[in-house]
Design a protein around this ligand. Structure first.
Ligand SMILES: Cc1cc2nc3c(=O)[nH]c(=O)nc-3n(C[C@H](O)[C@H](O)[C@H](O)COP(=O)(O)O)c2cc1C
Length: 218
């Protein structure tokens, strides 16, 4: 190897090393979730009586156990033999991904592994809506339709199926929150273009709804 080619190889190696360490620094750490507690909670009829939208949140964080239980209730796997979920989805496409925006960063809920996968290391809560409470509440769920999973339907139907399927997930979260004494509100008012960019979404991913969750402000 000549001195010149050695310098080139060294330069490329340093660039790659710097690039990968910058990338690592920008990624939040994976957040392992404990096993969801799938028994207990209020009886269904009582949870329905208490279901409501609330827009006053305290800054108190959710424990990882509560996060785990909520995500399982939202769209977790409730029949491991088939991988089917706590909410229905058209054609069993399971095309709605739940992103979780917290102070620590943005995570993607992997229902099969029941884990939070890091996506972006920044706090994107403020971008998830136009209402002032979104930036202070501990959790904002963002329901994203993966159009690549919704095959052979018109654009109109694709949007319809994603909206319907996200709605079922949102109601699961409402009922979980009613059962646990948590405050929540599902939201369509979202800064979609800015948020999609910050979340690094692909063109075939569409933000459908967001849902803020936290403890009620006293
Ligand atoms: C599709 C949809 C979009 C909504 N978007 C917002 C929103 O952007 N901001 C908000 O504060 N509430 C939003 N809501 C909550 C409604 O305002 C709320 O459900 C309604 O006022 C009835 O109140 P309740 O949920 O307590 O019964 C939305 C609800 C739905 C179903």
């Amino acid at each position: 190897m000549t001195v010149k080619s050695f310098r080139v190889v060294l330069f490329v190696w340093i660039v790659l090393l710097l690039g990968s360490s910058v990338g690592l620094a920008q990624r939040p750490r994976p957040l392992p979730l404990p096993e969801p507690q799938t028994d207990g909670g209020k009886p269904l009829m009582q949870a329905l009586k208490e279901r409501k939208s609330s827009r006053a949140f305290s800054g108190e964080k959710l424990s990882t156990q509560t996060l785990s239980n909520m995500l399982w209730a939202a769209f977790g796997v409730n029949r491991p033999d088939s991988g089917k979920r706590t909410a229905p989805s058209a054609v069993n496409w399971r095309e709605i991904d739940i992103y979780v925006a917290m102070e620590e960063g943005l995570f993607l809920y992997d229902a099969e592994a029941h884990t939070l996968v890091p996506v972006v290391a920044q706090d994107l809560r403020a971008l998830t809506g136009v209402q002032p409470f979104v930036k202070d509440a501990p959790v904002n769920l963002v329901y994203v339709g993966d159009f690549s999973k919704v095959e052979e339907v018109s654009d109109e139907d694709r949007i319809f199926f994603c909206a319907a399927d996200a709605g079922f997930i949102g109601q699961n979260v409402y009922l979980f929150c009613a059962s646990e004494g948590l405050a929540t509100v599902v939201r369509a008012m979202i800064k979609k273009p800015e948020l999609a960019k910050a979340m690094n979404l692909r063109p075939d991913q569409e933000i459908v709804l967001a849902q803020t969750v936290g403890y009620p402000r006293k």
